[in-house]
Each structure stands twice: as C-alpha cells, then as structure tokens.
Write a protein that binds this ligand. Structure first.
Ligand SMILES: [Zn+2]
Length: 427
C-alpha cells in the first residue's frame, strides 16, 4: 500500500525545496518527491505545508517517577498532536536518567509511543553536581546528549570533565545555565515588574555569566555546547560572539520567551512562572532577532508538565515551568504571520537544526528516509483548550488564547499518529 500526500507546499530546506508537489510514501519510507505522482491512498494537502517531522529537543516526559504529571505515552501523544515526530527528554526523572538501566527503561517504554523518543542523560550522578554520571553506559544505551537540565552544574571542574567525556562519546552537552547564587531564590525576572510585585528577582546576569563560563569550557575542551532556553539579550550576544570565533556552540529558545515578557506577570498567573524567567520586551526582541539571524539555532518547548496542586498556590511556592508541546508550533506560526520569521526558517529551527545538533535522523524529506512528515495548516484558527490536550497536564498561560495555524496531520514512519478533525473533510 502506497500513500500519496498530494498538492501541498513542500518545505524541505535540506533538499532546497519550497514548492508545491507530491510526496509518495511506501513501507514507511519516502520513495519519491515530485509532481503528479500516484499511489493507492491519498491525502489532499492543498493549502497545507508539508514539512519534515518537527523535533522538540527539550521536553520533560516525567516518567519514571512523576507519572501524575505526564507519562512517556501521554507526552508523546501531545507531541504528535503538536506536529512533532521526535522529542528529546531531559533526565530529571525519579530516578534520574544517570545510568544505562534508566536509559534502557525509557527507550523500552518509548517503543510503543506515538513519536520517537531520544533520552538525554545526566552529566552528574543524580544531577546532584558531585561526581560524574555513568556516561559511557548511557552512551551505549542510546542517550543523544548530556545535561543536568533543571539545575546547573555548579562545579566548573566537573563541567569540564563532563564535557571531556561527552566529547569522547560524540555527545553534545546541553547547558542549563544558571548561577544559583545570583538567582538567590528568585521567582521571576529581576526588574521593574518584580519590584512592583514585591517578588524576588532573578537577574539576567545569572544566566549570562554561566553561559560565558560554559562557552570558555567548550573552547578549552573542544566539546559541542548547546545552550538551553536562552532568555536574555546578553546571552544572545555572547553566543553570537562564540559562533563568530568558530566555536561549536548552538542554542535554543522557547516559544514562551519569544512571545511573552515579564509584564505578563502583572496578572499573577503562576503558569507564567518559568525558569529561566520571562524577561523584558527588549530581551524578547533580541531573542526573535537572534532566532531569525541563526544565532539561536532551534526552538524547543521545555515542555514542563505540573499538576494543578503545584500551580494553584502562592506565586513564591508554585513550581517552575509550563507545558508547551501542543502550543509550540502555533506560537511560532504567529511570528511567521507577523513577518518575523519565514516558513523556511520555521522548519529549519523546529526540525532541521534539532536533528543536526542531536546528530539524529530526521529534519529532511529525503527519498529513502523514514517518512516522518508533518502537515501544517498555517491559517487554521483555533482556541487553546485544556479539554482537547493530550498532555496529562495543562499548566499553560495560553489557555483560551486564539491562535492561527497548527499541525493537522502527523506521520511517523508513514503511519498517522495525529489527525486533526478538519482533515476528515478532505478527500
Ligand atoms: Zn533547563
């Protein structure tokens, strides 16, 4: 049985394609990309974008240990609904993914999941910052990167050793850059809004100084450094300088840092409490500019599910983080509608770059490769609705928000893993 995706706008930067055409899929692989192809079954893609499956390189699937927030199964269903065909999951589970057995567990559970799962292993044991994790064991089991995400590696010497080990196994190191002493228990960006609300602030320098340290360590060790969730203008500047010096440094930004600033916190919504915090409008503009000019390589959701009890408390007490898998693409499409990002750039930042940084398959619609494909309706308006979420949690400030554009059909190895109801009307 062959399947043809017909008449869509094929956006495939790796193969230099951005034009209308057909995609022929057989036995889970892309066999041909061209015009007026025929197949046994067809999907009418007129007016839709046909792009390589999106890849979210920074999510928290919460399993093992926090299944009440999310599981590998529910997180992956949310990913598919968001247009993703692959995710990289951070190691801050319970137990922490710091050895081969936990990596094995995740990959075994992921076998029946809707999308591909790529585990990230911890740098230090239990992400506790004292002593390296079982890096060799995890590399063998299949981690794609190393990170203590959720917390920084405070000890510079340990970070240096981690980078050296990572290099031996060809793994990038993902830096959660945060100087905890400078953060000093802050709960939001340090600025005029934190002063007004009387909340403790986290200064931008807490991020920038740690990014600078890690850039210097990457230079020293030759490691591939990836900076997670960039939030500050100064960080964008430092990454731009590092790239200009020819260092192997990449970076990601979240959809919420691209679309919200600390002013939003005047509403006191604990769903806006994220780490790193939402910063100023000036920072936000710098992030968009950095994403457009390629200083920031990728968009990643930092999907961080929490249940209601962890969010419906005082701002100081609330957990950090918001879910993002099901709103990430729509939020980025708003930037496309505003003319800040081209469709090709969106595909590069949400599919091509994550595949390149993590050195995994995907990011292209090449003949012979697995048919991981996402169909996007850039103009379909919808309201973000918790009742329609596949994720087990719905801690997001975007509930009720009207957005334009979303994924309508997601295929993993040629099989549909998500189909929006609007696709029923297409024959
Ligand atoms: Zn982080």
């Amino acid at each position: 049985m062959s399947l043809i995706i017909q008449g869509g706008r094929i956006i495939d930067p790796v193969n230099g394609r951005d034009r209308e055409g057909d995609l022929l899929i057989e036995k889970g692989r892309i066999v041909k990309v061209g015009k007026t192809l025929s197949g046994d079954r067809r999907i009418d893609a007129k007016g839709l974008w046909v792009v390589p499956g999106l890849i979210d390189m920074h999510v928290h699937l919460r399993e093992p240990g926090y299944e009440y927030k999310e599981t590998i199964e529910t997180g992956c269903r949310a990913a598919a609904a968001g247009g993703f065909t692959a995710v990289a999951c951070m190691p801050n589970t319970n137990p922490v993914n710091d050895n081969g057995a936990v990596t094995d567990f995740i990959l075994t559970r992921a076998r029946s999941a809707a999308v591909s799962v790529h585990p990230v292993g911890a740098i230090t044991r239990g992400s506790g910052g004292e002593g390296l994790a079982e890096i060799g064991e995890m590399a063998e089991a299949g981690v794609v990167a190393l990170s203590d995400d959720g917390r920084p590696v405070r000890n510079g010497q340990l970070m240096r050793r981690g980078m050296e080990y990572a290099g031996t196994f060809g793994l990038p190191v993902i830096s959660h850059a945060e100087d905890l002493d400078l953060c000093a228990g802050g709960v939001m960006h340090e600025g005029v809004v934190s002063t007004r609300l009387g909340l403790r602030g986290i200064p931008s320098v807490a991020e920038e100084s740690m990014v600078e340290r890690d850039i210097l360590l990457a230079e020293l060790t030759g490691a591939a450094l990836h900076v997670a969730h960039v939030s500050a203008r100064g960080t964008v500047m430092r990454i731009r300088e590092a790239k200009a010096r020819g260092l192997s440094v990449t970076a990601e930004v979240t959809p919420h840092h691209l679309t919200l600033s600390h002013e939003a916190l005047l509403e006191y919504d604990t769903n806006l409490k994220v780490n790193p915090p939402l910063r100023t409008e000036e920072d936000r503009q710098a992030l968009i500019a950095g994403l457009a000019d390629g200083t920031i390589d990728a968009v990643a959701s930092d999907h961080a599910p929490h249940n209601i009890a962890e969010k419906e408390v005082e701002f100081d007490q609330a957990a950090f983080g918001m879910v993002g898998l099901e709103t990430s693409l729509p939020l980025l499409l708003q930037l496309v509608h505003e003319g800040r990002l081209t469709p090709v750039q969106l595909v590069e930042r949400m599919s091509v770059a994550p595949a390149r940084i993590l050195r995994i398959k995907g990011g292209a619609l090449s003949e012979g490769e697995a048919a991981d494909v996402t169909l996007i309706d850039p103009d379909l308006s919808f309201t973000v609705d918790a009742a329609r979420f596949y994720s087990r949690s719905f801690n997001t400030p975007f509930l009720g928000r009207e957005l334009k554009g979303k994924a309508v059909y997601t295929l993993l190895r040629g099989k549909p893993v998500y189909r929006d109801p609007v696709m029923k009307d297409r024959k």
